[in-house]
Design a protein around this ligand. Sequence first.
Ligand code: WT7
Length: 659
Amino acid sequence: MSEESEGELEARLPEGESFEPPQSFVEQANVSDEAIYEEFEENWPDCWERAADLIDWEEPYDQVLDDDDAPFYEWFVDGKLNASYNCLDRHIEAGRGDEAAIEWVGEPTDETQTYTYEGLYREVNEFAAALRDMGVEEDDVVTMYMPMIPELPVAMLACARIGAPHSVVFAGFSADALATRMNSADSEYLVTCDGYFRRGDPLNHKEKAEEGLEGVDHEVETVVVDRLGEDLDHDLRDAEHDYDDLVASNAGAEVEPVTRDAEDMLFLMYTSGTTGQPKGVKHTTGGYLSYVAWTSQAVLDVKPDDTYWCSADIGWITGHSYIVYGPLALGTTTVMYEGTPDYPEKDRLWEIVDDYDVTQLYTAPTAIRAFMKWGEQYPEQHDLSSLRLLGTVGEPINPRAWKWYYKHIGDEECPVIDTWWQTETGGMMVTTLPGVGEMKPGSAGPPLPGISANVVDMSGDEVQPGEAGYLTVDRPWPGMLRTLYKNDERFIDEYWTEYSDEDADEWVYFPEDGAKIDEDGYITVLGRVDDVLNVSGHRLGTMELESAIVGVEGVAEAAVVGGKHDIKGEAVYAYVITEDGYEGDEGLRDRIVEGVEDAIGPIARPEEVIFTPELPKTRSGKIMRRLLEDIANGEELGNTSTLRNPEVVRDIENKVRGD
Ligand code: WT7
């Protein structure tokens, strides 16, 4: 990271500014005694039994952690369980079948649906039976390409019930992205829908799914949910089944939850890495479920009677862990919203909080920055006093946005948790415990109990407080990824470094984030240190973006960097060299934007396309991204003397400034 951005971070974090957790919160918190840190430390790894105790096991595990084959750690060895049983059956057995499991809020303001635990159980069983009829067997990967409709968690839990891992592909991703993921996972089943509403208009999703299937190199059976009815007609083709018909023909079916080993795969989730090929992160049944249940309880303070709302999309890990599995494992009510925060009006979220008496809200800094820009008059129109806790995830939150959230949404009565974690970690890793730790705006906080995270330099030594370094995790945890799907080698290469001393091998996990730590052990995450951007809390690999751009006719070479953006945090800046005979004009610019949308999706749309005759390169031919970043951000340019072509930098700078 550059010195400039570091200096800026310091400036944003006036020393000593911190907030105590509100007393009213502490008094009722699931965890309010700071002794928990020591208890976990003294009793590690057995402390994790506390997480495993939150779920029901068909057969108990023999061992908490097996590290014989590190970094291929195993958790809750030989334990047997089923995730769907834990999220449904056991709550019904406890007499809570009539309570709401999911409050679904559609984009059209008059469309809502309440699923009780009993109702959700019924539909999950019927769909599980239908999947079996279609031929889905244990360990077959079922892909879901669906927006925020209730059939998505139904399908996930139905898969979990029959031991078929799911792979959910974010609905905003492109047809190409769907094909890549289905091919990589050898997935022969797809659950999708006809379309969904965006800002009042029906949007055709099936078309995109069909296009994706053209790129899949094996046969696929598809289930189509009819979300839009008469608002968008659709036909079923060969090997396509209607969701409602399948469920209706299995009315009343009960499917015995399949006994899964703790280490059996619960799901795959693809995420962007440094290469063009997305990484299939594998999560397991026992460790993952225990970990998300535990963090939902300890950090989100979830209680069965809550109406808890995470406004993320289930297409990302946040939604898997903290809309579906964590909250449902704990038997609470989880809110699921189909639309966007500013439709029909910019008070939509606050209207939902008010209507449903939402108790916890977990959202992203990018959303908070947008709320701030729209102004406090929108939350002020509503009664938000039901809120007890506020959370953020996905990217660093600047103290100004933190304080706005704390004041205008939480009325200074709700703790704000800034939770650092990743697709790979399965659940939260670094955050204050809301009923225990003081909050420092801009800093996520200390590692959670039982988690050992540090900030180190290039050689693996801990840095001094306040210095920038690499974030590391030097002990395994139950929610960790177990491997990258069918690619153990890449799993080790990408994430692990082995430091050996005389008698022990020490494996250290590198999340690829820069960070610094203060005297109190609070960690401030500074951002990615690999070639991955974080746009509105979404990870986008520069390599993926560049190959999409280079695939456009007329483009010879491209380099993508992140430029600072008020709302998105980072935005995509593309520097492009045209091929001989092509002009860097509006037409080509549009085709580049289109090319990126086709290859990845609208979230990856470049903010700026800058045509340039050359890219700044070192003598060895490596593109100097740091310079391109500084140009994008209008910052003082660092040393250009190591460049083979220093003159090109001024040219590019003039172009960007001239925009
Ligand atoms: C990357 C992970 C975790 C679910 C959503 C994103 C960044 C995440 C924070 C935070 C600063 C954060 C990191 C991380 N990130 N949370 N609280 N403060 N940065 O999951 O797509 O796997 O992205 O998001 O850079 O590595 P993901």
